[in-house]
Design a binder for this molecule. Structure first.
Ligand SMILES: [Mn+2]
Length: 279
């Protein structure tokens, strides 16, 4: 492997969903954090917001701003940040904290997170996270995140997405996002080659855990049939890590109330060393 130098992982928990601490997917980080810190031997911190009323978008971007600083600090200390977040909007903070002009994004998710305020029918800001990272929406808010720079579509590989609106499919085509379907994972290697040819050397590796097939791993209340097995997710991460330095990674969107047997925790524990570069 090209980038196998030892780097201790640092876990950063962001235990919020839509600004609500510990609710729904906001409960996932506090279940995953202790399990992974022990198995990785990693340090662990939690980002919190002061008490008080705030809107979903206000909270989401406040967390992204805090996360950007923590990610940068962890990297400056020689550690690889592994973010455990309720929402995918955390990606804005993580990618901004890594910074640089050689960054690719590999995004595993059942969904595209490519809606914009003009196309969303749910109003869920999290469903716009990747569109915001591409610079397609929320531009005054992303500008408030230290180190933010939009990632060009040619540097983005979307893996395993299958629950996509027409608007999201149109944005994939318009932005030139490289879409690797769950039933055609062989397309990953050519997509990664193209990203490297485009100048990327490092990657932010985003794993929305609902990329897994919900028949095997019940991750949250947004199931989409036809996802990846846990072994396929690990293989994707191995193949990404063989071509690009994993600068930071995330596991998101785990709602423990959907997973009474803790199957997702076991899968996350098996995946974490690959994200951390310690496998
Ligand atoms: Mn997502």
């Amino acid at each position: 492997m090209l980038f196998s130098f030892p780097m201790t992982a640092h876990l950063i928990r962001v235990p919020y969903d839509s600004g609500h601490r510990g609710a729904r997917m906001g409960a996932g980080p506090d279940v995953l954090g202790p399990a992974l810190a022990a198995s990785l031997g990693a340090s662990d911190e939690t980002i919190t917001l002061p008490e008080g009323f705030r809107t979903e978008a206000t909270a989401g971007f406040a967390l992204a701003r805090a996360l950007s600083t923590r990610v940068r600090d962890a990297r400056d200390a020689g550690r690889r940040p592994i973010v455990l977040a309720g929402n995918c909007l955390s990606s804005l903070g993580t990618a901004s904290g890594v910074g640089g002009d050689d960054l690719a994004v590999v995004w595993l998710d059942a969904h595209g997170d490519l809606e914009t305020p003009e196309t969303t029918t749910s109003g869920f800001v999290d469903g716009m996270a990747l569109a915001a990272l591409l610079g397609r929406c929320w531009r005054s808010m992303t500008a408030s995140v230290q180190g933010f720079r939009r990632v060009p579509g040619s540097r983005v590989v979307l893996v395993g997405a299958r629950d996509l609106s027409d608007a999201e499919r149109a944005l994939i085509a318009d932005a030139g996002v490289r879409w690797v379907r769950a039933d055609a994972l062989g397309a990953l290697d050519p997509a990664l080659d193209a990203v490297v040819a485009d100048g990327a050397r490092r990657v932010y590796l985003h794993v929305d855990l609902d990329v897994h097939d919900p028949a095997a791993l019940p991750v949250n209340s947004y199931p989409a049939p036809g996802g990846l097995s846990a072994a396929e997710v690990r293989d994707v991460v191995r193949r990404v890590g063989a071509r690009l330095e994993i600068a930071a990674a995330a596991m998101t969107a785990y709602d423990p109330s959907c997973d009474p047997r803790g199957l997702v925790v076991d899968a996350a524990r098996a995946l974490a060393p690959l994200l951390a570069g310690s496998a």
